[in-house]
Design a protein around this ligand. Structure first.
Ligand SMILES: Nc1ncnc2c1ncn2[C@@H]1O[C@H](COP(=O)(O)OP(=O)(O)OP(=O)(O)O)[C@@H](O)[C@H]1O
Ligand code: SF4
Ligand SMILES: [Mg+2]
Length: 349
């Protein structure tokens, strides 16, 4: 009961303009009970990838498999019965809940094709609300009668009601206050551990995701640049972008976790930089980085990285400690970054 993405690309066509390759060649898999955190800045392609993973977008290349079967492009169609165990909670649950219908009816709708009797569906609806910490009486109310955090939980309860084996959750923790975030993160962990639900957890907030995800995949400008077990990536980020994301997370004293600054913007996927897409922002960039695209390589058991500084067989070291070898001369950065400048914050604009 796993979800597998094999070399998936998603391209948006715009009349009279260059197409936007929002996702390029991404391979990932999500197993039951496992939470895979997909992190990256705004515009990196996380939602596009999540939507392709559940059949909302048709990949322009590659394949998405659920339980070994190709995931059908949904269009206006309902999800086929053999794929009902694959569910998505969209980035904005306020848009996906119908304001004029009671919560209970909306949860029951999702179960229509589950094959369950009405009595079983009612029981399951109550259970899923309760699993998300909502009272059974919530079923009789309308979306506007709930807070933002509660509506997020309702959207998850609706997906959970069909007893999915895999859920794709797009920014479920965004726009919640810190305590609601922590509570919901705990709930997701319990669902993974106790009900063996596998999750692709999309978030721009690595600080929260690292507490709940077993595995991390870091996305930059449509591609995955690093992946591996969360604890390993957190303790030794290999890609300079991952290092910068972690460096930007403030510690209790207000400084960053690592002495790394990141300036500039993600960029336009329709006109990505040559070579390594991260090179215009990378403090370690060298001549080869501008010319050649680093492939995503297995660098150690369970760990992949796309950066010329790391090669299979080399000792794992932070980017600053890797020998650049034959990568050529350093290139100057447009933003005048100083690798050793401790900024204590991520500048993305
Ligand atoms: N329907 C669309 N048509 C054209 N371009 C699109 C479309 N949807 C997304 N894009 C573009 O694709 C890129 C990736 O967008 P996407 O929404 O997947 O990123 P994201 O990582 O989810 O960002 P955020 O964190 O802001 O939600 C962006 O450049 C975006 O402008
Ligand atoms: S390949 Fe070069 S530019 Fe890209 S992340 Fe590695 S060092 Fe930086
Ligand atoms: Mg998004």
């Amino acid at each position: 009961m796993s979800l597998e993405l094999v070399d998936v690309s998603v391209q948006f066509h715009r009349s009279g303009r260059t197409p936007v390759p929002a996702v390029v060649g991404v391979s990932l898999h999500v197993d039951p009970s496992c939470i895979l955190g997909l992190v990256g800045e705004s515009g990196s392609g996380k939602s596009s990838l999540g939507r392709a993973a559940v059949g909302v977008y048709r990949p322009s290349h590659g394949q998405v498999l659920f339980n070994g079967e190709p995931v059908r492009h949904l269009g206006a169609l309902a999800r086929p019965r053999n794929q009902i165990g694959l569910q998505m909670v969209f980035q904005n649950p306020f848009e996906s809940l119908n304001p004029r219908r009671r919560i209970g009816s909306q949860i029951l709708d999702g179960m229509t094709r589950s094959g369950m009797s009405r009595k079983a569906r009612l029981k399951r609806m109550t259970e899923s609300l309760e699993q998300l910490g909502l009272p059974a009486r919530a079923a009789g109310r309308y979306p506007h009668q709930f807070s933002g955090g509660q509506r997020q939980r309702i959207a998850i309860a609706r997906a959970l009601a069909v007893a999915p084996s895999i859920m794709v959750l797009d920014e479920p923790l965004a726009s919640l206050d810190a305590s609601a975030q922590a509570q919901l993160a705990n709930t997701l962990r319990v669902l993974a551990d106790d009900q063996h639900v596998g999750m692709l957890l999309i978030s721009h907030d690595l600080a929260i995701v690292r507490h709940v995800a077993d595995q991390l995949a870091v996305m930059y400008l449509a591609t995955i640049v690093e992946s591996g077990p969360t604890a390993d990536v957190w303790s030794l980020p290999l890609h300079p972008y991952t290092e910068a994301l972690i460096g930007a997370i403030p510690t209790a004293d207000g400084k960053g976790q690592l002495p790394i600054a990141l300036t500039g913007e993600v960029g336009d996927p329709a006109a990505p930089p040559s070579g390594c897409r991260f090179h215009p922002r990378c403090p370690y960039a060298r001549e080869k980085c501008v010319r050649e695209t680093p492939p995503l390589l297995d660098i150690a058991p369970g760990r992949k990285v796309a950066c010329w500084l790391h090669r299979p067989g080399r000792t794992l070291r932070p980017p600053a400690e890797q020998d650049p070898g034959d990568l050529g001369a350093p290139i100057s950065l447009p933003h005048g970054q100083d690798v050793l400048a401790h900024t204590g914050g991520l500048t993305t604009t």
